[in-house]
Design a binder for this molecule. Structure first.
Ligand SMILES: [Zn+2]
Length: 181
């Protein structure tokens, strides 16, 4: 998925990791490999540093798999995103339905039950509802959903990162987001 959003300037999940996690969730990829010990971006077999956060393998020991709590961050982000997109899509369908009712009322009360008007109302219901759902969901919902989910993700990452560094006894990192360095 390639999209350009303003909040994407500090991605928690690198593009490679994002695609890989999506594949893992679908069961198309196993959760094994060599991942950056800091941001979990997949590392090449001999890579000495992460291509995403540039942290050295010597400092952050590579992980053989993604920890479940980290995976949960991703799943929650996706869930929030799709919840918002779907809500907007449903709102679009709802607006289509309202338009339909209004048009039927006008056809019945103002145009003596004009069949042309009623036909038009049905067309608005079928085509308009879908178009509005697509527009609201795919356009407004997508961008609001992304912004919201990304903001929450950055917060959750900060908590996750702090706890992990404490558990591992590593020095706390000033900048909490992997991309920002
Ligand atoms: Zn990294």
């Amino acid at each position: 998925m390639t999209r350009v959003h303003e909040a994407a300037d500090i991605p928690v999940f690198s593009e490679r990791l994002d695609g890989l996690m999506a594949a893992m969730l679908k069961g198309e990829a196993p959760n094994v490999g060599r991942f950056c010990g800091y941001c979990y971006t997949p590392l090449g077999k001999r890579a000495e540093a992460c291509a995403h956060c540039s942290r050295a393998v010597a400092e952050y020991e590579p992980a053989p798999k993604l920890p479940p709590e980290f995976f949960d961050l991703y799943k929650r982000m996706r869930k929030r995103e799709s919840l918002i997109v779907n809500s907007f899509a449903f709102a679009g369908l709802g607006i289509g339905l309202l338009l339909f009712i209004v048009l039927v009322a006008i056809a019945v009360y103002r145009y003596d039950q004009s069949l042309w008007m009623l036909g038009g109302a049905v067309a608005v219901l079928i085509v308009g509802g879908r178009v509005l759902a697509g527009l609201l969901g795919g356009w407004i919902g997508d961008s609001i959903g992304y912004e919201f989910a990304h903001k929450r993700l950055v917060e959750e990452w900060a908590v996750f990162e702090r706890e992990r560094e404490q558990r591992l006894g590593r020095a706390p990192v000033a900048d909490a987001v992997p991309g920002a360095r």
